[in-house]
Design a protein around this ligand. Structure first.
Ligand code: SF4
Ligand code: SF4
Length: 356
């Protein structure tokens, strides 16, 4: 009898084999880095080796032809090594300073934009659920493309007070969505249940357990086992839709976008901060999302004109105060901005127990 089948390791391959030789040689031994021009970094190792990194934005969801084009540029103008950043930029590494300018020219000739370093607006990071996930309420990649088309100057130049990280996500209980500015989906009505399908598709206890405010109960509808939602409790989060698609919550009219600002994961100079809602109920309006783009541009321009050098967006708001932020950005401050929801104390579903 044969022994146990050995497990198949299918995780990420070892990254060292793909690293530029200068990076491999100096791994963990870098002394400092400089920024010779927007979109270019120069790292110097303790032993004196230097490596230049050229960063270009991509549309993230790359077709194979664009990928081949990017790789061909890497073979011809760089030294055959590339990597992707978490913000969907491609980076080329070269050890020879004279290769930097021809590489940038080759990228720009093909329509790619070089930038996104230091005090620029970095590439917007986004989830891409439209392709792979089961719950998106918008096409986050499309939102990013429309906004970055209008923020090319801020990406290519160092003209912001500090770096700006923008995020978008395609559902409300998202896997992305915290940054200096975040564009997140906002559902504005409870789910509408297709009772004919619930019994065939959904594991009802799993759906009941999903709800963070215990608003879902089992029910018999037209003699069939189904579910009902206590609409007074429902916070329209959309968490019940993934395990039970008949709990339809997305729709073109009531699924909106909301803009949050001031989120910062970093604890380099201050504590990490959580973002706050500044604009709600913005139309989810493909293919160019003009309303959301106009608000993001307005916030960016006011920040650019008013913040001190090296103030991140959250530092700037902290200094001037929220009333002044709303005044300067001309965003209406409404009752919807006040977080007065107290339900969580009693009802927030903080355990995995199923309750009825
Ligand atoms: S944001 Fe939501 S819909 Fe988009 S990929 Fe993440 S979990 Fe899926
Ligand atoms: S999971 Fe969210 S959307 Fe669904 S019923 Fe509960 S609160 Fe409402």
């Amino acid at each position: 009898m044969e022994g146990m089948r050995s497990p198949i390791e299918s995780g990420c391959p070892d990254g060292f084999q793909y690293m530029h030789p200068v990076m491999r040689k100096n791994y963990g031994d870098w002394a400092y880095h400089e920024d010779p021009r927007p979109g270019v970094l120069c790292h110097t190792a303790r032993g004196g080796d230097k490596i230049y990194t050229v960063r270009a934005g991509t549309q993230r969801i790359l077709d194979v032809f664009t990928l081949r084009k990017l790789c061909d540029i890497g073979d011809e103008f760089a030294e055959g090594y590339v990597r992707f950043t978490i913000r969907s930029n491609i980076e080329y590494m070269v050890s020879d300073a004279t290769k930097v300018e021809p590489l940038i020219e080759a990228l720009e000739k093909e329509g790619f934009v070089v930038g996104g370093t230091k005090n620029s607006v970095a590439m917007i990071s986004h989830t891409q659920g439209w392709l792979h996930c089961d719950i998106p309420g918008t096409d986050a990649s499309g939102v990013v493309k429309s906004m970055m088309d209008e923020l090319i100057d801020e990406f290519k130049n160092w003209n912001m007070p500090n770096r700006v990280h923008i995020t978008t996500s395609c559902c409300q209980i998202n896997c992305g969505g915290q940054g200096d500015i975040a564009i997140n989906v906002q559902h504005t009505k409870p789910p509408k249940i297709n009772h004919d399908l619930v019994a065939n598709i959904c594991e009802r206890p799993a759906v009941v357990a999903r709800c963070p405010v215990a608003a879902i109960r089992p029910a018999l509808v037209n003699g069939k086992p189904s579910l009902e939602v206590d609409e007074k409790k429902c916070i329209c989060c959309g968490a019940c839709y993934p395990p039970c698609t008949p709990m339809q919550i997305n729709d073109p009219e009531h699924t909106k976008l909301a803009i949050w600002v001031g989120g910062n994961h970093s604890n380099a100079r201050g504590k990490p901060t959580f973002q706050k809602l500044v604009a709600a109920g913005i139309p989810n309006n493909p293919p160019r999302w003009p309303e959301a783009t106009a608000i993001v541009k307005k916030i960016l321009h006011v920040y650019k004109d008013n913040a001190r050098d090296w103030e991140r967006l959250n530092d700037w708001i902290e200094r001037i105060g929220w009333p002044r932020f709303f005044e300067l950005t001309e965003l209406p401050f409404t009752k919807f901005h006040v977080d007065n929801w107290r339900g969580s104390r009693r009802t927030l579903n903080a355990s995995t127990h199923i309750r009825f």
